[in-house]
Write a protein that binds this ligand. Structure first.
Ligand code: BGC
Length: 253
């Protein structure tokens, strides 16, 4: 039976069954708008609506745009505050009737890119950054994820970096590609100064338009666009759910 990946994004909740060997969707994905407000029960309904489109699945992986520790959502920068300390994995599992793994959205996208996309076969320290509603980060050492990094919230020029440099800032402030790229460059220089990664993989919807802003960015670290685009979160969530099944976390009680 298949594993379903579901990606909770700023504007849509998207999901599909995933071939976790090939890193591909097995069926066309289904999308519903992200509820506003995005409180726990409304988002669970949206996730259940997406899951109901597919026939049989044995587990589900769900991405969440915040820190997730042991299935509990710990931050909620761009979603309703009812998610703070919500037992998300348990709530989804209860609703969907199958074991569910929940992980950070950028971590999920990074897992997929490192396994099947732009970060494949790369050693050393690799950083995936997603530019969307916020800035998500995922850090990998020799292919292994160091989960829940929150480098989108570094302070840059006295601001939370994502407020200035996420793609939402470009749209909301109607910035030219030049003006926005200047902010992204300052942000990336700051991150490379702190971490010296070997590679930045840039994801999020705007990565489809990398030709518009990559040439404007002058940094030391190689910069590549994500290759799985919109499906990275779905694929990474399913892969992580499968891994969780293979290596159950021992009970702490
Ligand atoms: C959140 C991150 C998330 C990113 C992208 C940030 O505001 O703090 O956890 O990965 O947005 O959604």
């Amino acid at each position: 039976m298949a594993i379903l990946g579901i990606d909770i994004g700023g504007s849509g909740v998207k999901g599909a069954p995933v071939d976790t060997v090939a890193g591909e969707l097995l069926e066309e994905r289904h999308r519903v708008p992200t509820p506003q407000p995005s409180d726990v029960s409304a988002v669970i309904d949206a996730v259940a609506e997406v899951a109901a489109k597919f026939d049989s699945y044995e587990r589900v992986g769900v991405t969440f745009p915040g820190v997730v520790v042991d299935g509990v959502t710990k931050t909620a920068a761009n979603v309703d505050k009812s998610w703070l300390d919500a037992p998300a994995a348990q709530l989804f599992a209860d609703r969907l009737g199958v074991p569910t793994t929940v992980l950070n959205d950028a971590d999920a996208a990074g897992v997929a890119e490192v396994a099947y996309g732009a970060g494949r076969d790369q050693r050393g320290l690799i950083m995936m950054l997603t530019f969307g509603t916020g800035i998500g980060s995922a850090l990998f050492l020799d292919g292994t994820l160091i989960p829940n990094t929150e480098f989108g919230h570094l302070e840059l020029g006295g601001h939370d970096a994502e407020v200035r440099a996420a793609d939402r800032a470009r749209e909301a402030e109607d910035l030219s590609w030049e003006d926005w790229a200047e902010r992204v460059q300052a942000y990336l220089r700051h991150v490379e100064m702190l971490l010296s990664p070997r590679l930045f993989i840039i994801g999020g919807g705007v990565s489809k338009k990398s030709d518009k802003f990559f040439p404007l960015i002058d940094i030391r670290t190689p910069l590549v666009p994500a290759t799985l685009l919109n499906n990275a979160g779905i694929i990474g969530a399913a892969v992580t759910a499968q891994l969780a099944a293979a290596t159950p976390i021992p009970s702490r009680s």
